[in-house]
Design a protein around this ligand. Structure first.
Ligand code: ADP
Length: 362
C-alpha cells in the first residue's frame, strides 16, 4: 500500500504554534523550523535555536518530533538537523550591558552554598552552549575567585576605560575579590557599594551574553536595589538549606526580592541530604524537602535540590568548582537546576511573549 504523500503545509500546520523558548513567539514564524521536506513516511527539517536556549535542545527536538508524529499518523520518522539561530542580545537599560537574561542568585544568610550554586549555574549553562558571564556582587565576602580558581588574580587589566574580566573555563568573571586582599575587611558605605556594582556591570568587557549570573550578598537588599535600578533584571534564584531555621531566612530573601520588584524565578535546596560517596546512600542531615514545600507555599517554582557531597566542598577549596558538572554523582543535580530555570523562563516567555527589541538610536 502506498502511503499518501504528506504536504509540507500539513507539517507546518502541526508546528504552527510551537513557541520559541527564548521569546515565546512562534518558531515557524521566526524561521526557526525550516527546510521541511517529506520523503515517504519521513519528515526532514532544520530546527534553529538560539544559544540562550541551548540547555533545552533535547526538549525542543522531542516536542517537534512528538507534534509531527501525533499530528500526522502516516509519518513514522522525523529527522532533525540542529543549527544555531542568531539573535543579538539587547543592550539593557542605560548601562549598556549586552545580555538577554540577568539572574541574581541570593540567599537569606551566608554559608548555604549560594556562591557555589551561582558558579555551578554559570558552568551548567555554558556547558550546554550558552554565553555566560559571572559577576561576584557579594562584596562583603567575595568567594567566586576561590571557587573558580582565580584567587591568584591581583588587580584587573583595563582596555581604554573598560575592565577586562578574568576568563576561566570559558566564562568571563568579575569580582571585587580581585581588587582587595582576601584578609582585608571592607566597610561599604551605600554610595560606594552602588558605585562598585554599577562599575562592574557597566564597565566590564562582558561581550555579548545570554546570561549574566550575579552572586548576591546574603540577606541585605542594597545590591538588589542597585541592580533593579540599573537594568531590567530577569529575576532571582534563592538558595537555601532544608532545615526550618534556614527556611525562615529564605522566606525573608524572597520577600526582599519581591519588595524591590525582582521576580523570584525559583528556589534551590542545597545540602539536601548527605550523599555517601562510599555506598551512595542518602542521609538527611538537615532534613529534606523543606524548600520544596516552602517554595510551593510562597508560589515560587522549585528548581531542584543538591545533596551534601564532600567533593563539592573539596573542589570549592581547590578552585575547581567547574569539575562538579562532570561528576557522575553531582553533575545531574546541578545541570537539572539550570535546566529547570531555563524551562521556567521559557514557560514565562510562552505566557508573555517577549516583543522584538527596536534598535536604540544614538
Ligand atoms: P555562601 O555563598 O552561601 O556563603 P558557599 O557557596 O561559599 O556559600 O559555600 C559554603 C561552603 O559550603 C563552601 O566551602 C562550599 O564548598 C560548601 N558547600 C556548598 N554546597 C555544598 C554541598 N552541596 N555539599 C558540600 N559542600 C558544600
Amino acid at each position: 500500500m502506498n502511503t499518501p504523500q504528506v504536504d509540507v503545509a500539513l507539517v507546518q500546520q502541526v508546528l504552527s504554534n510551537m513557541p520559541d523558548p527564548e521569546t515565546g513567539r512562534g518558531m515557524l514564524k521566526q524561521n526557526q523550523l525550516r527546510d521541511i521536506r517529506v520523503e515517504g513516511s519521513t519528515v526532514h527539517l532544520t530546527v534553529a535555536l538560539t544559544t540562550h536556549s541551548a540547555i533545552l535542545w533535547e526538549d525542543v527536538c522531542r516536542e517537534v518530533r512528538e507534534r509531527i508524529l501525533a499530528g500526522i499518523p502516516t509519518i513514522e520518522e522525523v529527522v532533525i538537523e540542529r543549527v544555531v539561530h542568531p539573535r543579538p542580545a539587547p543592550r539593557l537599560g542605560q548601562i549598556g550591558l549586552t545580555a538577554k537574561s540577568v539572574i541574581a542568585v541570593g540567599s537569606g544568610k551566608g554559608g548555604v552554598g549560594k556562591s557555589t550554586i551561582a558558579a555551578c549555574l554559570a558552568y551548567a549553562l555554558a556547558r550546554a552552549g550558552s554565553r555566560v558571564g559571572l559577576l561576584d556582587a557579594d562584596v562583603y565576602g567575595p568567594s567566586i575567585p576561590q571557587l573558580t580558581g582565580t584567587a591568584e588574580t591581583k588587580g584587573v587589566a583595563t582596555d581604554g576605560n573598560k575592565i577586562v574580566p578574568v576568563i576561566k573555563d570559558g566564562i568571563p568573571i568579575m569580582s571585587i575579590g580581585y581588587l582587595i586582599p582576601p584578609d582585608q575587611a571592607v566597610i561599604w558605605r551605600g554610595p560606594m557599594l552602588h558605585g562598585a556594582v554599577m562599575q562592574f556591570l557597566r564597565d566590564t568587557q562582558w561581550g555579548e551574553l545570554d546570561y549574566l549570573i550575579v552572586d548576591m550578598p546574603p540577606g541585605t537588599g542594597d545590591v538588589a536595589i542597585t541592580l533593579s535600578q540599573a537594568l531590567p533584571l530577569t529575576g532571582a534564584v534563592v538558595v537555601c538549606t532544608p532545615q526550618q531555621l534556614a527556611l525562615l531566612d529564605a522566606v525573608k530573601a524572597v520577600a526582599m526580592f519581591r519588595k524591590v520588584n525582582i521576580p523570584v524565578l525559583g528556589m534551590v535546596e542545597n545540602m539536601s541530604g548527605f550523599l555517601c560517596p562510599e555506598c551512595g546512600k542518602q542521609y538527611d542531615i538537615f532534613g529534606k524537602g523543606g524548600a520544596r514545600a516552602k517554595a510551593e507555599e510562597l508560589d515560587v517554582p522549585f528548581l531542584g535540590e543538591v545533596p551534601i557531597v564532600p567533593a563539592l566542598r573539596e573542589r570549592g577549596d581547590a578552585g575547581t568548582t567547574a569539575e562538579n558538572l562532570s561528576d557522575p554523582l553531582l553533575g545531574p543535580y546541578l545541570t537539572r537546576v539550570a535546566w529547570q530555570l531555563v524551562k521556567h523562563l521559557a514557560e514565562r516567555a510562552a505566557r508573555q511573549p517577549i516583543t522584538p527589541q527596536l534598535p536604540v538610536l544614538g
